[in-house]
Design a protein. Structure first.
Length: 500
């Protein structure tokens, strides 16, 4: 592993357009502070240094945002779809035009390498473009009707949508919620993750510049401490008709419980525990490359990251040697340093969990093939962990059950197809799974049996604006992306005209 000077101070956050760095909420077309004036600090995970602050909003601010979104709803849903689409395209163009600034803000507050942050801007923007195109195609149905009647189904926006997003993809997660909501005529209140509010606020600044009507999108920032009460104002508000959430399963369940009293529609994109299976008949080089792509993006802090890697006995040794060589060659360092592939983890809590999983694995007989430790030299205030491969992993280890959310690959050896499919499905989660095999019949069998919302077959990069992203079991429900991505923001209405 190459470690690039961890003591290097982050370069100052220099932006071509400094006005994109916002420090206020955006409610009813106005940038404003929290009503009680409270603030919440934002720090750089590469240094621990606080470099900005944002409002620490309360229920009162959330209520103001809901008032604004509710007041804007009738006008926005009546806006012709083509007009909504044009505004989305303008937003899309502005996001792309400001890629460098958005990427810098993102890397500064989240820690991901700049090259990855630029990639995330393009990825998030692709959802805005996609839903701008879908906005004009929300057709209904004419139902073959009995004589004297005309029966029809029309699609309507659900109403005010509350979007709550995590820190790991500060731009893409919120873009792929706001874009479909706006496309169908919903209005939005949003609350970004406490560690990464600045990217979301910059994105909303570009919504303002694109010229969307006042109140159509509103955003409030809040600390971890105040978030439950702030979001609770939306959960209890019967005018908020939908919650779209990406984050942990525990918080997803809380939102499902608490929104039951107003029976809101819910989309929950929750945690995963993805299996990655390599069969004896796989192309080993392609499998290693696929694993590197899917595991180490964002330092392993990705919900679709392989968490358990199963390798068939016949190629276990060959695969593990090639993998260890690739992992050992990764470059770790601060986001802005040239060539960095793995940045700091988001916070102390995150790196503590990774260290706990590795220590537990070693205690239960796992062998550290590379990495396995915190990188602390020169990294005071930051949270680096060495990219790690653990051999001889077993199901009793904590990392077999729980998302590690870091740059750690545990290798489990298996013998038969039946055994590995059973092991892969032996988890409450069901977001993504991957497998590599050159055997056509096996590909069909295994794809059919894996209990996940997404399956990568001889492919590690599965996310795309063109396809439905989402999970089953305790990874949640609802889909983002593709032509299916609008459905979660739509309600159907049946019209029955008689006496014809
Ligand atoms: P988290 O659940 O702790 O936080 C997510 C969001 O929920 C944040 O905005 C947070 O402020 C908010 N939140 C926290 N407590 C809340 C409460 N009581 N009421 C309302 N809102 C609350 O998750 P995280 O640690 O930020 O993100 C990591 C998790 O997200 C992982 O489990 C990961 O797998 C999951 N994730 C899933 C997907 C997906 O598409 N399925 C994508 C990215 C991340």
């Amino acid at each position: 592993m190459t470690v690039i000077d961890l003591s290097a101070q982050a370069t100052p956050l220099e932006l071509a357009r400094p006005e994109l760095l916002r420090s206020q909420n955006f409610i009813d077309g106005q940038w404003c502070n929290a009503q009680d004036g409270k603030r919440h600090p934002v720090s750089n995970p590469a240094t621990g240094e606080v470099f900005a602050d944002v409002p620490d909003s309360s229920a009162a601010d959330a209520a103001d945002a809901a008032d604004a979104a509710y007041a804007a709803f009738e006008g926005w849903r009546a806006t012709p779809a083509r007009e909504r689409s044009k505004l989305l395209k303008r937003w899309h163009a502005l996001v792309l035009a400001n890629t460098e600034d958005l990427a810098r803000i993102m890397s500064h507050e989240q820690g991901k390498p700049l090259a990855e942050a630029r990639g995330e801007v393009a990825y998030g923007a692709s959802y805005i473009e996609w839903f701008a195109e879908e906005a004009v195609r929300t057709y209904g149905d004419i139902i073959p009707s009995p004589p004297g009647k005309k029966m029809m189904m029309v699609k309507e926006p659900v109403g005010v949508v509350a979007a709550i997003t995590p820190w790991n993809f500060p731009l893409a997660m919120i873009a792929r919620k706001i874009a479909p909501a706006l496309a169908v005529g919903c209005t939005v209140v949003a609350k970004p993750a406490e560690d990464t509010p600045l990217t979301a606020l910059a994105l909303v600044k570009l919504i303002e510049e694109a010229g969307f009507p006042v109140g159509v999108v509103n955003i409030v920032a809040a600390s971890r401490e105040h978030t439950p009460a702030t979001v609770d104002a939306w959960l209890k508000d019967e005018r908020v008709r939908k919650i779209t959430f990406t984050g942990s399963t525990a918080v997803g369940k809380h939102l499902a419980r608490e929104s039951a009293s107003t029976l809101k529609k819910l989309s929950l994109e929750l945690g995963g525990n993805a299996p990655f299976i390599v069969f004896d008949d796989a192309d080993v080089d392609a499998a290693v490359a696929g694993l590197m792509v899917s595991k180490f993006r964002n330092g392993g802090q990705t919900c679709v990251c392989p968490n358990r890697v199963y390798v068939q006995a016949g190629i276990y040794q060959r695969f593990s040697e090639k993998l260890v060589a690739a992992v050992a060659a990764l470059k770790v360092g601060p986001a802005h340093a040239a060539g960095v592939q793995i940045g700091p983890m988001i916070n102390a809590r995150a790196v503590d969990k990774i260290a706990r999983h590795v220590a537990d694995a070693v205690k239960l007989g796992g062998s550290v093939l590379t990495g396995g430790k915190r990188l602390t030299e020169g990294a005071e205030g930051a949270h680096y962990f060495a990219p790690t491969v653990i051999g001889d992993a077993s199901p009793a280890m904590e990392l077999a059950d729980e998302e590690t959310f870091g740059p750690v690959v545990p290798l489990f050896k298996f013998e038969t197809e039946d055994e590995v499919v059973q092991a892969a499905n032996d988890t409450p989660f069901g977001l993504a799974a991957y497998f590599f095999s050159e055997n056509l019949a096996r590909v069909a069998r295994v794809a059919d049996r894996l209990q996940t919302g997404i399956v990568g077959i001889n492919e590690g990069a599965i996310s795309s604006e063109m396809a439905p992203f989402g999970g089953v079991k305790e990874s949640g429900y609802g889909r983002e992306g593709g032509r299916y991505g609008l459905d979660d923001y739509i309600q159907t209405k049946y019209l029955c005209q008689g006496n014809l």
